[in-house]
Design a protein around this ligand. Sequence first.
Ligand code: FAD
Length: 317
Amino acid sequence: MKVTDHITNAKGKTLFSFEIVPPVKGRNIQELYNNIDPLMEFNPPFIDVTTSREETIYIAKEGLLDRRTTRMRPGTVGICASIQHKYNVDTVPHVLCGGFTKEETEYMLVDCHYLGIQNVMALRGDARSEQKYFEPTDGGHPFAINLVKQIQDLNCGKYLHETIESEYSSEFCIGVAGYPEKHLESPSLQSDLKRLKEKVDAGADYVVTQMFFDNKKYFEFVEAAKNIGITVPIIPGIKPIAVKRHMQLLPQVFRIDLPQDLIEAIDGCATNKDIRKVGIEWAIQQSKELKDAGVPVLHYYSMGKSDNIKAIAEALF
Ligand code: FAD
């Protein structure tokens, strides 16, 4: 079922969902199941599975460093299919511009359609680690909006190359990313919101936000989005702080602010176990306020661990 249908059917009740990251190449899918199992009692109607773009790695070979390009966490579509089959829950594979040609994207979407996957999240992806700015892949898209248009074209039965006759008709429900504290490359929140509106006008059915730690930022973002005519559901993305390193990493990588109260609470922790508790408690308070405000879904970034998400869900669902 489509994410938007799940929201409509919930009739105002806040749903629980989460995002998982495929295991590193060579590891086992059982790892994922072990993280998903404890969360299924909270009835997530859908689970997101991220996609990683290719990365440059260096391998020592006969005294020289050999440069290779590889995808470290492959398998998003296969993982989605396997989760749908095992748990009877909808999945949302993330589809990226970066690292994929339009043809590869089309193959991926056709595979999703065969496998009964009805939702996709359309994202641009970040620059590769050795790049300063995002550079489109040869034959790929420069922005998420172009991906949204490609998915919409396919929904209308329009292949990239009209060489085969087909009765193909997908109806992908399309999610896109939104940034309550603006995307890091955007000159202003207002200009970023205009870009979001363009994605919605191009066919995006719902928005999932970047993580934020101050609900005020989300509420203001939703209000500003409404004011420029964005009427699709805006799902808040929540990430519980889990280790001290997050205090530097999250603001640096995602350009988000951490509230002073949260910084002080973490600074007062002696161990990572204490930090994890503070992170869980903060996320519970955030989630309670968002739920009271009637958000359609609370969507959690699990980053490969589910014990903290379970603790949060137990307090709320
Ligand atoms: P876009 O919407 O294309 O926007 C990128 C930037 O370009 C913004 O600054 C925007 O304002 C600007 N812009 C947009 N359109 C135009 C235009 N026409 N002309 C000029 N400027 C424009 N990354 C992954 O690699 N894998 C994942 O699985 C993944 N999942 C994510 C899930 C969520 C919920 C979120 C919020 C992010 C996720 N990301 C993921 C990260 C995402 O790929 C990055 O944040 C990326 O830098 C931007 O992606 P986007 O889809 O928002 O890009």
